[in-house]
Design a protein around this ligand. Structure first.
Ligand SMILES: Nc1nc2c(ncn2[C@@H]2O[C@H](COP(=O)(O)OP(=O)(O)O)[C@@H](O)[C@H]2O)c(=O)[nH]1
Ligand SMILES: [Mg+2]
Length: 307
């Protein structure tokens, strides 16, 4: 490992937030040294990852802020990765004058980083696995990843997180119908946020019924009511998260699935590196003029010319 990257890594492990921010930028943009940084990470470290997902506006960021407030009293060291273009954690231009900053930006126990959604599989940042791994090399107790729940990203977050919290709100008419297929599969804890709204009780009841039906005699998925803006129910949510994490003994099946998929992608990317697009185009230009041109035979031949 080059000495400056090695030094940066040492600083990250020592808890230097500036170094961590720099490291994330290096990994996110594949800057010089990113590969050696990743190759020297230590898997299976101490920090636990909590995923908070749900539709835009459900109050995920407000909940995360409330959880931070709660856990700060216990002196926990926490990193927040917000993969959400509308996140108040995001300095992004999207928000304009609606920017609401986290009160924790200057807190020495809390590291906050917002990440762009780069159209990777359904909304999560393309480098979220690498970035989470890097953050886990720093001395945090918890890493919270906030993501907007859109299709595939929910599956991804479930593999990434040791505990996945799905936040829902009683706004969209027939609540249970709005629950997308698969959400029961990924949720370890349901939150009915905005419990100050009158139809929250209905959503809460329906979720309890769903959780009960799903349980088949095993442990039911807990459903917690919160009013995130008033810190109401947040202590109970924090307790359920800790209870879930403490009860977890084995590596979740979803993580195995995610890591296998990620490895598959990395192999693909590696393999494609040896393919010269310009060369392919030049050879194609010649081959295509032949009367007996066959795309599939051409592809097969082309592959034999590369290692
Ligand atoms: N009435 C009410 N509003 C809330 C509650 N939680 C969050 N909000 C508001 O809902 C809006 C969206 O919250 P935000 O945390 O940005 O949602 P996110 O998109 O899921 O991260 C904000 O205006 C919050 O102040 C709640 O429990 N009750
Ligand atoms: Mg948000």
């Amino acid at each position: 490992m080059r000495s400056n990257i090695k030094q940066l890594h040492e600083q990250i492990k020592a808890g230097n937030f500036l170094a961590l921010a720099r490291g994330i930028t290096i990994v996110e943009n594949e800057l010089d040294g990113y590969e050696s940084l990743l190759l020297n990470l230590h898997e299976n470290r101490h920090a636990r990852v909590i995923g908070v997902t749900g539709p835009p506006g459900a109050g995920k960021s407000t909940l995360v802020n409330a959880l931070l407030r709660h856990w700060l009293h216990e002196n926990k060291k926490i990193a927040v990765l917000a993969v959400d273009p509308s996140s108040p954690f995001n300095y992004g231009a999207l928000l304009g004058d609606r920017i609401r900053m986290s009160e924790f930006y200057t807190n020495p126990g809390i590291f906050i980083r917002s990440l762009a959604t780069r159209g990777a599989l359904g909304g999560l940042n393309a480098k979220i696995i690498e970035i989470t791994d890097l953050v886990k090399d720093a001395p945090f107790d918890l890493v919270i990843v906030e993501t907007v729940g859109v299709g595939q990203s929910e599956v991804e977050i479930a593999g990434l997180a040791d505990c996945t919290v799905v936040a829902l709100v009683p706004e969209a008419g027939d609540e249970v119908q709005t629950l997308k297929a698969g959400i029961m599969e990924i949720a370890n804890i349901f939150v009915v946020n905005k419990a100050d709204h009158e139809d929250a009780e209905g959503l809460f009841r329906n979720l309890r019924i769903l959780a009960h039906e799903k349980a088949h005699g095993t442990t039911e998925i807990p459903v917690v009511k919160t009013i995130a803006t008033q810190d109401n129910g947040v202590g109970e949510l924090a307790d359920e998260i800790m209870k879930f994490l403490n009860a977890q003994k084995e590596m979740p099946e979803k993580r195995l699935h995610l890591l296998t998929e990620k490895c598959w992608q990395l192999i693909q990317a590696q393999r494609m590196k040896s393919i010269d697009h310009d060369k392919l185009r030049k050879e194609m230009a010649i081959a295509i003029k032949q009367d007996d041109f066959n795309l599939y035979a051409f592809t097969k031949d082309f592959l034999t010319t590369i290692k």
